[in-house]
Design a protein around this ligand. Sequence first.
Ligand SMILES: [Zn+2]
Length: 87
Amino acid sequence: MTTSTGASKVEALQQNLLRQQPQSRALLERLLTKFTGRTRYGAFAPIHGGHCAACNVTVAAKPLQEAKAGAFINCASCLRFLYVESI
Ligand SMILES: [Zn+2]
């Protein structure tokens, strides 16, 4: 009956990120402090149509490829961790 509230999704994203890129922990904590509760997106934003969903900056081709392969990349503008939403 529960639909996604968003909170557990962010937790899953954080766990994935730290498993893949443990060195990103410091940046993640900075972004969480900066963005959580202030904007619609926290430290993570999905890529929509090749753009960062949070700030709308175009994601370059190479990182976009990496994101499609399942990696987390950082937005060139807002620095959020970007990911491709699986449908
Ligand atoms: Zn951005």
